[in-house]
Design a protein around this ligand. Structure first.
Ligand code: HEM
Length: 146
């Protein structure tokens, strides 16, 4: 796969990742202002689908990114890429792994569903703002390449 196809796929996968991430976040904020009449189980199933789409898109975006590094014969000698890799590997990936665990393991297995939902909502509230700043920082690095 040549470099431009990998870069094109990288950016398309990022659109899917940021699209699914922000749609959950915005809907979540909306239900804080205007609680939904939908049964919780249905809302949580929507969250689970979106989080799994989010994680799949991020895996594709990272795979295409790493493939570009391979084609560039990257030797950790490019400053913006080094910082970007640190932000992705030590902030984005662990948060997405926790997100994936919450919706696919913690909540489905929880005896007290209401408590599990509250724990997950607190997690989403706590990570949303830092995640937005980290994403802006990564896009800045990728575009301006300081
Ligand atoms: C391990 C993870 C990642 C790697 C190895 C990686 C690597 C790369 C590489 C090599 C490019 C092409 C640079 C160029 O040719 O101009 C690129 C472009 C880009 N990446 Fe990533 N990336 C990763 C994750 C991300 C993430 C998580 C985001 C968004 C939050 C992101 C946003 C972008 C953007 C916006 C571009 C286009 C920049 C431009 O066209 O100037 N990347 N990435």
């Amino acid at each position: 796969m040549d470099y431009n196809i990998a870069k094109f796929s990288h950016i398309l996968a990022l659109f899917m990742w940021i699209g699914s991430t922000s749609s959950i976040g915005l809907y979540f904020l909306y239900t804080l202002i205007k609680p939904s009449s939908y049964p919780q189980d249905e809302i949580r199933s929507f969250y689970r689908w979106m989080v799994n789409l989010e994680v799949l898109s991020l895996i594709v975006a990272i795979s295409m990114g790493l493939w570009m590094l391979h084609l560039m014969k990257f030797r950790f000698d490019i400053n913006w890429l080094n910082i970007k890799l640190l932000l992705v590997l030590f902030i984005i990936l662990p948060l997405e792994a926790l997100n994936f665990w919450f919706v696919n393991f913690y909540i489905p297995k929880a005896q007290e569903k209401e408590r599990a939902y509250r724990m997950y909502d607190l997690f989403v509230l706590l990570i949303s703002l830092p995640l937005i700043f980290v994403i802006i920082a990564i896009v800045y690095l990728a575009v301006f390449k300081p």
